[in-house]
Every structure is written in structure tokens, then in C-alpha cells.
Design a protein around this ligand. Structure first.
Ligand code: HEM
Length: 393
């Protein structure tokens, strides 16, 4: 089966726990209800995170050889780590992303977004189309992350390309040629990270000082560079697109009747950039009445859990502040809950506050297109233009 239907818009009824067979014949249990998704996330003993970064399309020997040539390894570090080292590594990363450090970046980010919004406003007023993904959202999270965590000195474009290649290589249905091309890109950047991990300051230095081996330092940087920026730029794009179709919410933001923070939460609930996340059953058991043999891949449908009528009053409507709006599982839950949530929320709040007015009086020229992927939405563009064309056109 392909995964594109698992994005947030799915209306068809599903059982609480559904057995599906994927495009390579692997059986998964898909968990759709909020309470059951939470139950799995809260129980790292029965349901381990070890498979979080496993490739959904097994890699052919040719792609594995390319990765091995770059000495590519992804040992358990953060999201895929159920070992005793996890809390320690997590604590070092959490320090770097401490809410006080995040808050200190807000004025800088606000100024940058204002500058961009002014430029985009001028382009719209001149009748030009603007891409709110490429021209606003794509690189913002990476620029902020680089101010919080010392990162290799690589061009923004190269990091974005590597991160998107990694999301495709590990979470998309692929053919062998594409896997080799992606492995080449991912492996090459992994080499850059390996070099930086050995000598870099900040987080890399702290992980080294904590006695973590080079592979772990590389693994942590790898995950941060993917999860810590690509997810948020996807979310900003999806949220702006959603707001383009929610004039009442935009009007509420204008008058102050709708709070920015409530818009961000409702956005996370309805437009999460991470649609599913995986666990693997460690022991035989049952879940929602379904037998779960040890070793079963469990796909937690986070997007669907956010629309569970058991937790939220109007599941499919964008109603900031409605009862249950904040109970989404977009950031996961339990021991591996996202450590970047404060940062992602801050970035989204700045963009909603500063950029939403751009959406008034525009028409959507090109909505985001999202490729087939088990987990990540990966919108490619979001182009709008002013409805009012200049008099000379
Ligand atoms: C809207 C943006 C984001 C979303 C929706 C998101 C979502 C998630 C999810 C679903 C998980 C897995 C949670 C679990 O297994 O229970 C996760 C883990 C993680 N995220 Fe995020 N994330 C976002 C932004 C960020 C940012 C900005 C950073 C850091 C700069 C970050 C760093 C991490 C890390 C390090 C983990 C692994 C935590 C652990 O295993 O202990 N994320 N995130």
C-alpha cells in the first residue's frame, strides 16, 4: 500500500487498530484512537522506539554499499534509543533547547520575519506570485537552530537537501535507483557531520565530554538537523496554507479575539508535519482487543489521533481554543516526547503573528504538494498572489 492517504484529511472510517501490509509486504498495526496511541507512547517497556529510524523500503546492497563507503551509521541516540544512554543524551540536547534560550531568539526571529514579510508584501502589491514555503518558511527553523546549537558550517541549501533526502530515504516507498541517489546525498553529508562531531564545539563538544562515542555524536547531530528544522518548516507551510482557507480565524487574529498560541495548537492538531510515528512491540500482548505479537511494527497515526472525537469537540474544524485543541499528539508523548516543542511553538507563533496578514486578499496559485511518505508531509511549495492586480496589467 502507499501512504499518501494517511495525511490529515482522511475521512474514511478506520478500526481502532488496523492491520495493514505495506508496499514491500511488511505487516504493521496502525493505531488510530487517541487513547490507544497515548497508551503505546507511555509504555516504553512494552513498545520500544528502536524502529523509529528504520527504512520503510529495505535498502538494496548497492545503496548500503554507498552508505558504508561514507561510514554511515545511525546507532541508538535519541528517537530510536531505548538504552540507558537515552536520558543522558536527551538532557544535553534539552539544555541546548532550554525555553529561556528559545525565548532569547524571539526578537531576532521576529525582526527577520518582519523584513521578509515586508519584501513579500511589496512583491504581492506588484502583482507577483510569492512562494511562502521557499521565500519565508523553508530556512527559518535552520537559521534559528544554528543560533542555538553549533552546527557544521554548511550552506543552508545543502542542509535542506540532505534533510529532505534523509526523510525520503528512510520513510518513502522507493525504487532501487532512487535509493542509491538518496544514499549518496545522505552519506556525503553524514561525512560532513562526522568531521564536525570530532572537532565541533557546543552540543558536539558536550556529548564528547559526556563520554559518548563519535557515532553517537554524529547520530544526535544527524537527527537534530533533520527533526530540528525540516519538521518545523513543513509545519509553517502547512499552517499558512490552512490559514489561507480560514478567513474567520484570520479576522479573529486581526482583532485580537483569537490568540496566536491557540492558532498554533489547532494547527498542530489538524496539520501536523509528522503524520505517523513508529514503535515496535517488545513482548506479546494485546492492544484495543487486537493481538500484538512481539516484534510487530506499530504505526501510531498521530494525525488521526488529533481528530479523535473522544478528545475534541469539532474534530475537523479549525477552531482555535476549542475544548481538546491542545490534546493532540503531534509531539508524541512519554520518554521520547519531542524536546524541540517549545522552539517549534515559538517559531510558529512568530510566523502566525507576522505573516498571516499576507494571506488577506490573496488567491492560492499553487497549494503545497506532498509526496508519498509514511511519516513526513514534506510540502514542496505554497504559491499565492494578490487578487487585486495592479492597474497596468
Ligand atoms: C512542528 C515541529 C515538530 C514536530 C511536529 C515534532 C514532532 C516530534 C515527534 C512526533 C517526535 C517523536 C516523539 C515520541 O517518540 O514520542 C519527536 C521527537 C524529537 N524531536 Fe521533534 N518535532 C518538531 C520539532 C522539533 C524541533 C524544532 C526539534 C529540535 C530543534 C526537535 C527535536 C526532537 C528530538 C531531539 C526528538 C527525540 C526526543 C527523544 O527521543 O528523546 N523536534 N518530535
Amino acid at each position: 500500500m502507499l501512504f499518501s492517504g494517511w495525511a490529515s484529511e482522511v475521512e474514511a472510517p478506520w478500526p481502532d487498530v488496523a492491520e495493514v501490509t505495506d508496499h514491500v509486504g511488511v505487516r504493521h498495526l496502525v493505531v488510530t484512537r487517541h487513547a490507544l496511541v497515548r497508551q503505546v507512547l507511555a509504555d516504553p517497556v512494552r513498545y520500544r522506539p528502536d524502529n523509529a529510524l528504520d527504512a520503510v523500503t529495505p535498502m538494496p546492497v548497492t545503496a548500503l554499499r554507498v552508505l558504508a563507503g561514507h561510514r554511515f551509521r545511525l546507532p541508538p541516540t535519541l528517537a530510536n534509543n531505548s538504552a540507558a544512554s537515552h536520558p543522558e543524551i536527551r538532557a544535553i540536547v534539552a539544555d541546548a533547547l532550554h525555553p529561556a534560550r528559545v525565548a532569547a531568539q524571539r526578537p531576532w526571529l521576529t525582526a527577520l520575519v518582519r523584513e521578509r514579510v515586508a519584501r513579500l508584501r511589496a512583491a504581492l502589491d506588484a502583482g507577483e506570485p510569492v512562494d511562502l514555503y521557499a521565500d519565508l518558511a523553508a530556512d527559518l527553523p535552520l537559521l534559528v537552530l544554528a543560533r542555538l546549537v553549533e552546527l557544521p558550517d554548511a550552506p543552508v541549501g545543502a542542509v535542506k537537501e540532505f534533510a529532505r533526502a534523509a526523510l525520503e530515504l528512510f520513510w518513502a516507498p522507493l525504487d532501487g535507483d532512487r535509493q542509491v541517489a538518496l544514499a549518496t546525498e545522505v552519506g556525503r553529508f553524514h561525512g560532513v557531520l562526522r568531521e564536525f562531531a570530532a572537532t565541533g564545539g557546543g552540543l558536539a563538544a558536550e556529548l564528547r565530554a559526556g563520554g559518548h562515542p563519535p557515532d553517537v555524536v554524529v547520530g544526535a547531530l544527524f537527527f537534530l538537523l533533520v527533526a530540528g528544522q525540516e519538521t518545523t518548516s513543513q509545519f509553517l507551510t502547512l499552517l499558512l496554507h490552512r490559514l489561507a482557507g480560514e478567513p474567520a480565524v484570520r479576522a479573529g487574529l486581526r482583532t485580537g479575539d483569537v490568540a496566536v498560541a491557540d492558532v498554533v495548537e489547532e494547527g498542530l492538531r489538524l496539520e501536523p508535519p509528522i503524520v505517523t510515528w513508529r514503535r515496535v512491540a517488545a513482548v506479546d500482548g494485546t492492544l484495543g482487543g487486537t493481538a500484538v505479537p512481539a516484534g510487530t511494527s506499530i504505526v501510531l497515526w498521530l494525525a488521526r489521533a488529533g481528530r479523535d472525537p473522544a478528545i475534541v469537540e469539532s474534530p475537523d474544524e479549525f477552531r482555535p481554543g476549542q475544548r481538546g485543541s491542545r490534546r493532540h499528539l503531534a509531539f508524541g508523548a512519554g520518554a521520547h516526547r519531542c524536546v524541540g516543542d517549545v522552539l517549534a511553538r515559538m517559531e510558529a507563533a512568530v510566523v502566525v503573528a507576522e505573516a498571516t496578514p499576507l494571506l488577506d486578499g490573496v488567491t492560492v496559485v499553487r497549494p503545497p504538494w506532498c509526496p508519498d511518505n509514511l511519516t513526513f508531509r514534506m510540502p514542496d511549495a505554497f504559491v499565492v498572489r494578490s487578487v487585486e492586480r495592479p492597474a497596468d496589467q
